[in-house]
Design a protein around this ligand. Structure first.
Ligand code: BES
Ligand code: MN
Ligand code: ZN
Length: 465
């Protein structure tokens, strides 16, 4: 269970966090008791943005916390995240007039996340925050729970989270919310038309599978989420060098993210028909592994020449997207830790997204900015489709030109070949990981884009009362 890091205001028993800038510093100091005032001056506290100062009361108790914000408003609403890990255990509240209280509370709680199930020594408890009554705590809680689920799934090591456990996680979230669905496992994947999921996952001792769950009224608008669920990516026969393999437990980050988003959608009871499809595989090495040069059939019927077994994600996604596309959803979203090239282009904190739907792209950009959930559009640049030409099959799944150009774009273009009927499709090439801690982002598995997408879907599909 997630520890409750934020709750509704209870100012009597908690320590106030007071926003202060260079201009208001003297006034704020004057409002403190004399001990506190003297202490702050003795420490030379100057209200630098994101800096904080503990303020003692008469008997040395913690009376208040000063937190530096930028003059004329706080242009970085997530800066309060810095504070959460530096405060002593205890209850705090945002003092009246704290700028951007909802975002600040969200950042505070996002920073307080800990993944400590595997450590035996006790870890420092994160501080708790009471939020003002005008902050929509219910919505914040829905978002935090979703992010927590995503992070926990990514952080859980592959020895404890294989294809079976990942599919069970999808099932659990849906069953909890009254949804239902099925998992197709092992050789049944061949009978039921998922040849590429089978080919990628068959070399593992843990059988590949595809989870397909739905929730909500059948006549509501169809919103379908597809997530790359590679529990561990060794690269297959095109084995990754050791350094590149270190973080590959996170290669189910797309699945973890769409599941976090799904949990938000269901908790908020958005009036949609939600469907989540997650192909779950381990890209392993064994005598029966698929090989470079193999030609695979796909659910859609296109034959696919294998250029490199380390480009496994797009193969399992292609079958999953083809399945999703069959019922022409109104919105089809996929998320995947698909390419190293996306990280080279935009770094770990700014996932690219791809869509031909101009209105959707615009909405995503707006929501991403508003939610401090960075995303950047890259083009589905059709002229590069020729890089995927194959001499022996309908398509190759990697750029065969030998140039190595546009790795994230060509991966997206490959996926686009498997989506035809969806009214609107968007693909996110995420990193799913925060390599170095930042405000609101502890090091480790990360939710990327799903807070923005939840806001977008909440606005498009307004909750029925
Ligand atoms: N899971 C990786 C992509 C990845 C690597 C994401 C590192 C984030 C960090 C994916 O399966 C992969 O290995 N892609 C290859 C594709 C290449 C062989 C065409 C890549 O990006 O190098
Ligand atoms: Mn790979
Ligand atoms: Zn991968």
């Amino acid at each position: 269970m997630r520890e409750t890091l934020i709750r509704q205001s209870d100012a009597q028993t908690s320590v106030p966090i007071i926003a202060v800038d260079a201009e208001s510093l003297d006034t704020v100091l004057a409002s403190l008791g004399e001990t506190g005032q003297v202490w702050c001056r003795a420490n030379g506290y100057s209200a630098k943005p994101s800096s904080h100062q503990l303020v003692p009361g008469l008997s040395g108790e913690l009376e208040a916390v000063l937190f530096g914000v930028e003059e004329g408003g706080n242009s970085n609403p997530f800066s309060l995240g810095n504070l959460a890990k530096n405060l002593p255990d205890g209850d705090y509240h945002l003092a009246d007039g704290f700028p951007g209280a909802a975002e600040a509370a969200l950042a505070f709680a996002l920073s307080g996340y800990q993944f400590n199930q595997y450590t035996s020594s006790p870890t420092k408890k994160p501080p708790r925050l009471c939020v003002p009554n005008d902050v929509d705590l219910e919505r914040l809680t829905v978002i935090l729970d979703g992010v927590q689920l995503t992070r926990d799934l990514i952080n859980t090591p592959a020895n404890d989270l294989g294809p079976e456990e990942l599919a069970s996680a999808v099932e659990a979230v849906f069953v909890e919310n009254g949804g239902s669905g099925q998992v197709v496992v092992g050789d049944d994947l061949l009978d039921q038309g998922y040849p590429m999921v089978h080919a990628v996952g068959r070399a593992s001792s843990r059988a590949p599978r595809i989870a397909d769950y739905s929730w909500g009224s059948e006549d509501a608008p169809k919103v379908t989420l597809v997530g790359k669920g590679v529990n561990f990516d060794t690269g297959g026969l095109n084995l990754k060098p050791g350094n590149s393999m270190t973080l590959m437990k996170k290669d189910m980050g797309g699945a973890a993210n769409v599941l976090g988003l799904a949990s938000m959608i269901m908790a908020a009871k958005l009036p949609v028909r939600l469907r989540v499809i997650v192909p779950c595989v381990e890209n392993a090495v064994s005598g029966n592994a698929f090989r470079p040069g193999d030609i695979l059939n796909s659910r859609k019927g296109l034959t696919v020449e294998i250029g490199n077994t380390d480009a496994e994600g797009r193969l399992i996604l292609a079958d999953a997207l083809a399945l999703a596309d069959e019922e022409s959803p109104e919105v089809l979203i996929d998320m995947a830790t698909l390419t190293g090239a996306a990280r080279v282009a935009l770094g770990p904190d700014l996932p690219p997204f791809y869509t031909d739907d101009e209105a959707l792209a615009e909405d995503i950009a707006v929501m991403s900015e508003a939610a401090t959930d960075p995303l950047w559009r890259l083009p589905l640049w059709k002229p590069y489709m020729k890089y995927l030409d194959s001499k022996v099959a309908d398509i190759n799944h990697i750029n065969t030109s030998g140039t190595g150009y546009a790795g994230s774009i060509t991966a997206a273009l490959f996926l686009s070949r498997f989506v035809e009927k969806a009214e609107s499709w968007v693909h996110f090439d995420i990193f799913g990981w925060t390599p170095a801690e930042k405000p609101g982002k502890p090091m480790g598995g990360e939710a990327q884009g799903i807070r923005a997408l939840f806001d977008l879907l909440s606005e498009r599909y307004t909750k029925t009362k």
